[in-house]
Design a protein around this ligand. Structure first.
Ligand SMILES: [Mn+2]
Length: 230
């Protein structure tokens, strides 16, 4: 199971990142239409949390089939795995409160299908652009260098499952208003924490603007690092 994925440059179109989707694929489609997203040449990279809370969580699998759509693994995808495995760390009531009802009520075979697909998502990915490398991870890069993150996720350094606590759950940079740069990468893009507008701290972009709730979806164009207002 590859925990890290690398994408070469898009030579024919644009690349965008989007924040947490949480079962609101129709809303995202409307945003993409307004941004004139062209699925025949553009690519969309999701910092994930595809499911829970919104009404269209089951559509996550259909989206993951699309050749222009790529995602890293969010904490909500990890929750599906924990539920299927009967992990004692998962409190079913917490999961229900996090929007997991659709999953808990699905047939066991369906649950397995989703959990297996989500388990194959990389924990982080990187995209080459003409201006340099852009990295995506759901919540946080706990290292001062992207190379270190890559080495942990590709097996060059021994992987510890505890790291996922940081990659998929941590809000440390926002809490500490940490403006330090992550080296060896032009920008890192994360979601996980809903904000009123996109926020850059150092070279880390926080782009969950709660399109799944009262907010809107922000598309970050990865070449110019510009947020598209759609
Ligand atoms: Mn999250």
């Amino acid at each position: 199971m590859a925990r890290f994925e690398h994408f070469g440059p898009n030579l024919v179109g644009r690349d965008y990142a989007v924040g947490d989707i949480h079962g609101h694929f129709s809303r995202l489609e409307a945003t993409l239409d307004r941004a004139r997203f062209d699925a025949s040449r553009d690519r969309l990279f999701s910092v994930d949390d595809l499911v829970d809370r919104g009404p269209e969580s089951p559509r996550a699998l259909e989206w993951l089939e699309q050749p222009w759509f790529h995602a890293v693994q969010g904490n909500h995808e990890v929750l599906t795995r924990q539920f299927v495995d009967g992990d004692p760390q998962l409190n079913p009531r917490d999961y229900l409160n996090s929007g997991g009802a659709w999953f808990m009520q699905s047939p066991v075979e369906t649950q397995r299908l989703f959990a297996d697909r989500f388990a194959r998502l990389p924990v982080a990915l990187e995209v080459e652009t003409a201006q340099g490398l852009v990295g995506l991870v759901h919540a946080h890069c706990p290292f001062s260098s992207w190379t270190t993150l890559r080495e942990y996720l590709t097996g060059a350094l021994p992987y510890a499952i505890e790291l996922e606590e940081a990659f998929q759950w941590s809000r440390a940079r926002l809490k500490q208003r940490d403006e330090s740069e992550v080296r060896d990468v032009r920008a890192v893009v994360v979601g996980h924490t809903p904000l009123r507008r996109p926020r850059r701290l150092g070279n880390v972009w926080h782009i969950d603007t709660a399109g799944w709730s009262e907010g809107y979806f922000s598309l970050l164009e990865l070449g110019q690092l510009r947020v598209v207002q759609a």
